[in-house]
Design a protein around this ligand. Structure first.
Ligand code: NDP
Length: 246
């Protein structure tokens, strides 16, 4: 596919899981891709090498999404190295699970920094470079709209926040022809939520389709939003959750 030929994408948290699948898919659709990571240098470089071998340009950057300066620097480095930025995918995330009473101001600050501050900072930095047709896609969670079980207050709050962030961006950047959307995965088989992990059977019981999704399922929707098919979709919240929130 060449729908994204000539485009440059930045995917945060592209070393593993959903972010790696998004990076690979955008590259398969023709984009050059910069991906960030926090700790998994080898895996991030392996994804970038695979993309480079396929004929697209790619670069893995260490940029801790908890650090707003690192996030802004990743945007600037992308433009410096590849000359432009067309697609920002805010994907980096951590799962926060545990009793509400045990959360601390530090845990609150960290989760909010990674899930909310980083997309805000990245979008602001990216908006200086995005042109007509630019895309901002943020990976939320079905738990941002329906929590459904205890022990996920902090995680859910952070994923709810990106809905408001993205709708605001849709309003602020629409006049420039830039779209902003949220993709909300449900149970997706990754390191964060393995299909054979504790609690997986309980999640499967809540899935009308009866099984976990794959990272590629999420990447397919991100690719649609990033491509020409997404040009009239903005301010939307799209679930890729196997009906988990139905
Ligand atoms: P994984 O744990 O499999 O991968 C997380 C990715 O995010 C890794 O690339 C990791 O990098 C990166 N990352 C984590 N923290 C940081 C940080 N501080 N700075 C930069 N990168 C970071 O998770 P998933 O792929 O499952 O999740 C991806 C997104 O999808 C997240 O936002 C998550 O909340 C969301 N999601 C996932 C669901 C699921 O069922 N899997 C369901 C709903 C939403 P590194 O390898 O360096 O640690």
């Amino acid at each position: 596919m060449t729908e994204l030929a000539g485009k440059v994408a930045l995917v945060t948290g592209g070393s593993r899981g959903i972010g790696a699948a998004i990076a690979r898919r955008l590259a398969a659709d023709g984009a050059d891709v910069v991906l960030t990571y926090a700790a998994s240098r080898d895996q991030a470089e392996a994804v970038a090498a695979e993309i480079s071998e396929s004929g697209r340009r790619s670069l893995a950057l260490r940029a801790d999404s908890a650090d707003p300066d690192a996030v802004a620097a990743a945007v600037e480095r992308t433009v410096a190295e590849f000359g432009r930025l067309d697609i920002l995918v805010n994907n980096a995330g951590v799962f926060a699970y545990g009793p509400f009473e045990a959360e601390t101001r530090e845990s609150y600050a960290r989760v909010m920094a990674i899930h909310v501050q980083a997309p805000f900072v990245a979008a602001q930095a990216a908006s200086r470079h995005l042109r007509e047709g630019g895309r901002i896609i943020t990976i939320g969670s079905c738990l941002g709209e329906r929590v459904g079980a205890p022990n996920m207050t902090l995680y859910s709050a952070s994923k709810a926040a990106v809905i408001g962030l993205s709708k605001g961006l849709a309003q602020d950047l629409g006049a420039r022809g830039i779209t902003a959307n949220v993709v909300q995965p449900g149970p997706i088989d990754t390191d964060m939520n393995p299909a054979d992990g504790d609690g997986a059977d309980a999640q499967r019981q809540g899935l009308p389709l009866g099984h976990y999704g794959s990272a590629d399922d999420v990447a397919a929707t991100v690719a649609h939003l990033a491509g020409p098919g997404g040009r009239f979709i903005t301010g939307a919240v799209i679930s890729v959750d196997g009906g988990f929130s139905a």
